[in-house]
Design a protein around this ligand. Structure first.
Ligand SMILES: [Zn+2]
Length: 201
């Protein structure tokens, strides 16, 4: 097998934490994407490390205007077998609960990895406690998407995927992600998808 690592890049940063869950009933702020991604990324890394060469990268406390360049530089220094960012989706439609995985248009390996991860998420939800949640599969990035997605997918010289496996804007999914073991379970579904991709399943 390839000696190149699977590189898991923590989404957003501690200084610019991405989308936030709806406020709790007491008015306190719900979990933010960075915290979900950090926990999910650590769980995925812990699952895969030991079986495959793996790296985990967090850009540090940089604002959004800076962390994309740092992440792209880090990925391009490593040239991993696969670069993965685990995000949460967010929508003004607070009912939305589907999973979706993005890849660069025309990237054969990226598309295959994105499909494997999206299928693992859908299977995990269906077989687990979240039978109403679905995967919409994989999707090629379009240039209209925001610059973070565009940069990570388009400027990295490696197969790259962005996992939007759950909506932080949905109260039920946000509660799951924030719960003890919730973000970790999300990360383990991503790891299962990466294993399927490596195994050609
Ligand atoms: Zn995000």
């Amino acid at each position: 097998m390839s000696g190149r690592p699977i590189m898991i890049v923590v989404a957003h940063s501690s200084a610019s934490q991405g989308a936030e869950a709806p406020l709790h009933e007491d008015g306190s702020q719900g979990i933010a994407e960075y915290a979900v991604s950090l926990r999910a990324s650590l769980a995925a890394f812990g699952d895969l490390a030991g079986d495959f060469p793996c790296m985990l990268y967090d850009a540090g406390p940089h604002p959004a205007s800076e962390y994309d360049d740092l992440k792209i530089e880090a990925v391009n220094d490593v040239r991993p077998r696969l670069a993965v960012e685990i995000h949460c989706n967010a929508s003004t439609n607070d009912e939305a609960t589907f999973a979706e995985v993005l890849h660069r248009a025309g990237s054969v390996h990226g598309a295959a990895a994105a499909w494997a991860v999206s299928n693992a998420l859908g299977d995990g939800y269906r077989q687990g406690l979240h039978k109403a949640w679905r995967s919409r599969g994989a999707r090629a990035n379009t240039v209209e998407k925001d610059r973070h997605l565009l940069f990570f997918l388009e400027r990295t010289h490696a197969p790259a995927i962005i996992v939007e496996g759950a909506f932080i804007s949905n109260v039920e999914q946000a509660a799951w992600l924030a719960s003890e073991g919730g973000a970790e379970a999300y990360g383990l579904l991503v790891a299962e998808g990466i294993r399927r991709w490596i195994d050609g399943r």
